[in-house]
Design a protein. Structure first.
Length: 763
């Protein structure tokens, strides 16, 4: 390790988000280039830096900084240079000279401890003095703040994140309750806060810890797709996770509910209501462990509770208050549409079109080839004939692009229609609704309860909402089962299409999707068709076959691009033929290491220029730009892109998503990316690829289900190849049960349905 003390003469690069800097440090003997995490450095700062020398091919000798300390300048020349640099607002060259003349080497102590003395200096009045005091305080407060959190083993990037969200008072807040970090600071979870608390000697049975643990477990459960958790399950899981007593958890749940941190409800068929906390006190919080009735008590995080309530109420309002659109002559309209398109509509398609234009909310479901797109186009023409304003949208950019191609009208992502502002904020909402009379949403099975809430919040009363999707696909990655709950409730009119219209005579993908959905084995390996099965028994043989298919055979025979056209899907991540193993293999053959490609190790992932990658969580703060200058915010779970550049000096990675949006990641957030040569079936929802390859092996029962296989093959447009054990495929087809999600939307919709019947006098 080398140590240098000097003054910052030049700042070549500085990243406000993580404090990474490249600068020139001038010492008594020489100047040296320094790089590393150096938060809040400024021109003129005197620093002590410790690090390792690195001979950079382009920039020469540099010091990779491991430790940095701000040193207060002591001689008058250094003090003048520091003050004249402009680092303290309100002090420039002339004022710096006057201060040095008046106070000499004590000038910084005067500013810090007796700043009122500065009023004797010409040009410094009360207003400027306040500016100087605030600026100087910020300089040293931030440095103290960083050091405090570094001593708690937090990174500089996390310390800066805490400062931006909680301010300087965060140190005192953490001293009282370190779990405040998990509850309020984005990017710092329970495990980090728990580690800090342990280091501070916080009692493992502290109410603060148990409350934070409750929030953590509920969030984990929500990440598995659930909007609530039964109290008995919550108490057991929190007790097991934190190694505390179940009855203590139940007590803290009650306290959290009284404070609004969670919501409690009784579970009652077709009827929901806020749980009386007095009843909780008796039924739940008796001495000992949770009671037998606790499976009837639902615990919600507030976001999911409010989202379900609002979705149910808004759907009911749209259904109840609609002004039906009536065509002058429906039969004439249908005849003209059939003639213009050169098609003959089926009875169900005609029925769907007529009901869609007459309903406030209408849902159209069906598998591939059942005519959903044809119905959408007919509905569009019907509404356009009445001069209705229409908004087309889908959950992902890829799905919106497909909708645009199918309708020849512009479709956007839901986030773009709602004018996403960052961090869960949208410009379009109840007070500033979408300017459209008709909203058509494709791939509705992908929409989770939170996004559904945001969408409905921005739809005006009286507007028409048409939801289109495939009920047999996997549910949304996010929490809830929106489409399934809507269909089961019967509150919202819908039609289920089951007759194949598209490509029935040529595409085995379409035919086999329906066969699998009915529990039948697919038709395989027919000459000149598009659905194949290659039998291989062992994982190593399956990998070898997939490698050959991706690297050469499909490229040579079908002209498919291995990166752009082919997508490998797998049910699970960690197995000999899971996503992790597949990505390791595929990166080696599709994007091998070369001297021309910069690469960098991030945890267990070697990221390389040219890599195919996927975003793994919704990040509402990442900014993107397009080649034509459009700017926006937000990169979302499941977005696929390609690494353009990795800059080791600026510690950034540029990724191009959907061929148009470039996002620059700072190194600390690159862990949100994973390789995407192979992805899980869940992550493929809403996508379409020319060719889908899938290994067929045995996995846990929850990942060996019919709808996983169905979802996978319906992602393919031109070709499906399954490689592996035919017995595994058969097992998936026979297992039609799904992992049930805890969702309260169905009950809320049923309650409104029964209420509506009662008001209308129905029995």
């Amino acid at each position: 390790m080398e140590t240098y003390i000097g003054i910052i003469d030049e700042i070549i690069y500085y990243n406000d988000d993580n404090g990474y800097a490249v600068a020139v440090l001038t010492t008594e003997d020489d100047s040296i280039s320094i790089k590393g995490i150096m938060p809040f450095i400024n021109y003129g700062d005197q620093l002590k830096v410790v690090g390792e020398l690195d001979d950079h091919a382009q920039y020469g000798m540099q010091l990779k900084v491991k430790y940095v300390e701000h040193v207060k300048p002591t001689d008058e020349a250094s003090l003048h240079r520091y003050l004249a640099s402009g680092v303290i607002k309100g002090i420039g060259e002339a004022t710096a000279q006057l201060l040095i003349e008046a106070f000499g080497k004590d000038v910084l102590d005067v500013i810090q401890y007796t700043p009122e003395k500065l009023l004797s200096i010409s040009g410094i009045g009360p207003k400027k003095l306040e500016q100087i005091i605030e600026s100087y305080r910020e300089q040293y407060e931030l440095r103290d703040f960083i050091i405090y959190f570094q001593n708690l083993n937090l990174s500089v990037a996390n310390a800066m994140r805490i400062y931006r969200q909680l301010g300087y008072e965060a140190m005192q807040m953490v001293e009282r309750n370190p779990y405040i970090l998990a509850e309020t600071v984005s990017g710092i979870g329970f495990k980090v806060a728990d580690r800090i608390a342990e280091g501070m000697g916080i009692d493992r049975h502290s109410p603060y810890r148990i409350k934070a643990g409750i929030q953590y477990v509920l969030q984990q459960f929500a990440s598995e797709g659930h909007t609530y958790m039964p109290l008995d399950m919550l108490a057991k899981r929190v007790a097991m996770t934190l190694q505390v007593v179940e009855s203590d958890v139940a007590i803290i749940v009650r306290d959290a509910a009284m404070g609004g941190a969670v919501f409690l409800e009784t579970q009652d068929e077709y009827s929901q209501g806020d749980l009386d906390l007095g009843m909780v006190d008796q039924a739940v919080l008796s001495e000992g462990s949770a009671t037998g009735a606790d499976h009837l008590i639902r615990v919600f995080l507030p976001a999911y509770y409010y989202a379900e309530q609002h979705v149910a109420e808004k759907l009911y309002q749209l259904v109840s208050e609609v002004q039906p659109l009536t065509l002058d002559n429906f039969d004439t309209f249908i005849e003209r549409f059939e003639r213009d398109k050169g098609i003959a509509l089926g009875d169900k398609q005609k029925q769907a079109i007529e009901r869609a234009v007459a309903s406030g909310v209408f849902t159209i479901t069906g598998g591939p080839g059942t005519g959903k797109t044809t119905i959408i186009n007919a509905v569009l023409e019907a509404y356009e004939s009445q001069d209705k304003r229409i908004a087309l949208m889908a959950p992902t950019g890829r799905a919106a692009k497909r909708m645009t191609e199918a309708t020849r009208r512009e479709a956007k992502t839901i986030h773009r229609v709602l004018e996403f502002q960052g961090e869960f904020e949208f410009a379009r909402n109840e007070t500033n609704p979408i300017e459209a009379d008709v909203i058509i949403v494709d791939e509705i099975s992908m929409v989770d309860i939170i996004l559904m809430y945001r969408l409905l919040d921005a739809i005006s009363a009286g507007a028409h909402l048409i939801l289109v999707g495939d009920a047999d696909q996997l549910p949304s990655v996010g929490a809830g089962r929106v489409l399934d709950d809507i269909l089961r409730s019967g509150l919202i009119p819908f039609i289920a299409l089951d007759e194949i219209y598209r490509q029935a005579d040529t595409s085995l993908i379409t035919v086999n999707a329906h066969r699998i959905n009915h529990g039948e084995m697919p038709l395989l390996n027919q000459k000149d068709k598009d659905f194949f099965f290659i039998g291989r028994s062992k994982p190593a043989l399956i990998l070898n076959e997939l490698e050959a298919l991706v690297s050469t055979r499909l490229k040579d025979y079908y002209g498919l691009s291995p990166l752009e056209d082919i997508q490998v899907l797998a049910p699970m991540k960690n197995s000999p033929i899971g996503v992790t193993a597949l990505n390791t293999m595929l990166q080696k053959i599709l994007n091998p290491e070369t001297k021309q490609k910069t690469q960098h190790q991030f945890g267990n992932m070697m990221l390389r220029e040219g890599d195919k990658v996927m975003q793994t969580r919704n990040n509402y703060n990442l900014e993107w730009t397009t080649a034509d200058g459009e700017e926006g915010q937000g990169v979302f779970n499941g977005d696929i892109g390609f690494v353009q550049t990795i800059d080791l000096d600026t510690r950034t990675v540029a990724v191009l998503f959907d061929g148009e949006r470039e996002v620059v990641y700072d190194f600390p957030v690159v862990d949100e990316l994973i390789h995407a040569y192979a992805i899980t079936v869940h992550k493929s929802q809403g996508s379409e690829f020319r060719a889908v390859l899938m290994p067929m092996g045995f996995a846990p029962p929850m990942l060996m289900s019919r709808n996983i296989l169905y979802t996978a093959i319906t992602r393919a447009r031109d070709l499906v190849i399954l490689v592996g054990d035919k017995r595994a495929m058969g097992e998936m087809i026979q297992r039609d049960q799904e992992l049930n999600r805890c969702s309260g939307l169905y009950d809320r919709l049923m309650r409104l349905k029964l209420l509506s019947k009662g008001m209308n006098g129905d029995h």
